[in-house]
Design a protein around this ligand. Structure first.
Ligand code: 0O2
Length: 209
């Protein structure tokens, strides 16, 4: 009987992951469509790359554990908003806001949360725009809204976040404060570069500054 219950739970978990995977595909298609239209209109791509991932069972388990709750389908739904994650790497800061608005304003999208870590960077120096959205997926018998976290960042912000993420695990205790300060300083430098590159592009495009 126990074995049967476990089998059911595994099946339920796999179904849930299939739904998150489908939600990722939906959002990816929406972004691809926007990219096609905006590329034709402006002669350049608003984003350089898209990365998608489904959180691993171990990572889901650790996150729930950290929040002090059991591993269950209900708790995954309730406590984790980034089981399905998409990272959109844009060329320029203004493209981030334009794309995020285009996505958020689509009439089948529900925006649950918008965290602007570009306007208000994290203490680490981290910058990105995060949207937690719900997107409908159409199954054989039902329509279900699934949560997806979309992170928008520039190539430069992505460069910083990737390296910082890797180095986070290597920081030793003695130098921790100095290293954190260095990383924060680098993030601010990168931000200045981002803004400069945007100014240059605007000049080239004949846009006003
Ligand atoms: P991974 O491996 O990228 O999935 P949450 O932790 O999601 O429950 P929170 O803190 O409000 O709640 O979420 P937030 O601030 O929106 O950030 C979540 C994600 O943003 C992280 O996911 C990272 O991807 C990214 N992020 C946030 N802060 C930093 C930072 O200081 N440095 C880097 N490199 N990335 C950051 P995960 O789940 O932590 O990791």
């Amino acid at each position: 009987e126990n074995l049967l219950r476990q089998k059911d739970q595994v099946k339920e978990f796999r179904t849930l992951m299939m739904k998150y995977d489908s939600a990722l595909l939906e959002v990816r298609t929406k972004l691809d469509v926007l990219n096609k239209e905006l590329s034709l209109r402006n002669n350049r791509n608003p984003f350089e790359a898209i990365k998608m991932r489904i959180k691993t069972p171990l990572s889901i388990y650790k996150k729930l554990n950290g929040k002090g709750v059991d591993f269950s389908i209900e708790n995954i739904d309730k406590y984790i908003s980034d089981v399905a994650g998409i990272r959109v790497v844009c060329s320029f800061v203004d493209d981030i806001y334009m794309l995020a608005d285009c996505l958020a304003n689509q009439d089948d999208i529900r925006v649950l949360q918008r965290k602007d870590y570009i306007d208000k960077p994290k203490k680490s120096g981290y910058r990105s725009l995060h949207l937690i959205i719900e997107v409908p997926i159409f199954l054989v018998q039902e329509k279900e809204y699934m949560k997806v976290e979309v992170q928008f960042r520039t190539i430069a912000m992505d460069f910083w976040a990737s390296l910082e993420h890797k180095m986070k695990y290597k920081k030793d205790n003695i130098n921790q404060e100095v290293i954190s300060d260095d990383l924060k300083f680098s993030a601010d430098l990168i931000n200045q570069l981002d803004l400069r590159m945007q100014q240059i592009r605007r000049k080239i495009d004949g846009e006003e500054e």
